[in-house]
Design a binder for this molecule. Structure first.
Ligand code: 5GP
Length: 194
């Protein structure tokens, strides 16, 4: 998606250790007009998939997932980061290793909001090593639901997540794929996509 690439080039900040900061339009201040265009694009890309629910993870996935939900006309469920897991058996849970914070945390979704009839689109802001998405897939599997696809705003194509997911046959659509970043010059290289 050209407009997203241009925005990343203009406002993205390349940090050390392969971290791209997009706080001015995606992760802190949010450009909802841009989110609408992203949602339209996901709607087009997943037009042939059966989708009745969107699943994301707190916090930075929630904004984009909510706008996407308006276009898909489905509810959004977000996985919550939790200290105590499954004490009373009322939640599905998985463990996720945070790429940016370098720690492992639990995420949970109430059993009330996922069920075997659900066809789920995962939406998230970034795809790096794929831990966040794989944690959400684990939760979908626990619920006996079906994964219809994964919609990502920014994939870092030089990390392994996208390759792993696509190789296992999952329909992944990333609106911008960064294939390289130079922390010294701040340059960002995008993969050309159809
Ligand atoms: P993964 O689990 O695929 O390794 O990383 C994805 C998660 O880590 C995303 O939910 C995102 O919040 C965070 N993340 C990974 N890489 C970056 C990055 O370069 N910039 C930002 N802002 N977040 C990232």
């Amino acid at each position: 998606m050209k407009e997203l690439e241009e925005r990343i080039r203009r406002d993205g900040v390349v940090k050390p250790e392969n971290v791209l900061k997009v706080d001015s339009f995606l992760n802190h201040q949010m450009d909802v007009e841009l989110f609408r265009k992203m949602a339209e694009e996901w709607k087009r890309l997943f037009t042939n998939e059966k989708i009745n629910k969107i699943l994301t993870i707190e916090a930075s996935g929630i904004g984009i997932a909510c706008i996407a939900a308006e276009y898909f006309h489905v509810p959004v469920v977000f996985a919550k980061k939790a200290v105590n897991v499954n004490i009373d058996g009322e939640v599905y849970s998985s463990q996720i290793e945070s790429f940016t914070k370098k720690r492992i945390y639990n995420v949970v979704v109430s059993k009330k909001f996922l069920n075997p009839e659900d066809n789920i689109l995962i939406i998230d802001d970034f795809l790096a090593n794929g831990c966040a998405v794989m944690g959400l897939i684990e939760i979908i599997q626990e619920a006996g639901a079906t994964l219809s696809g994964v919609g990502i705003a920014i994939e870092k194509g030089f990390q392994i997540g996208g390759k792993l997911l696509r190789e296992s046959g999952i329909h992944v659509e990333s609106l911008a794929i960064v294939d390289g970043m130079n922390p010294e010059s701040g340059e960002i290289y995008f993969r050309s996509q159809p």
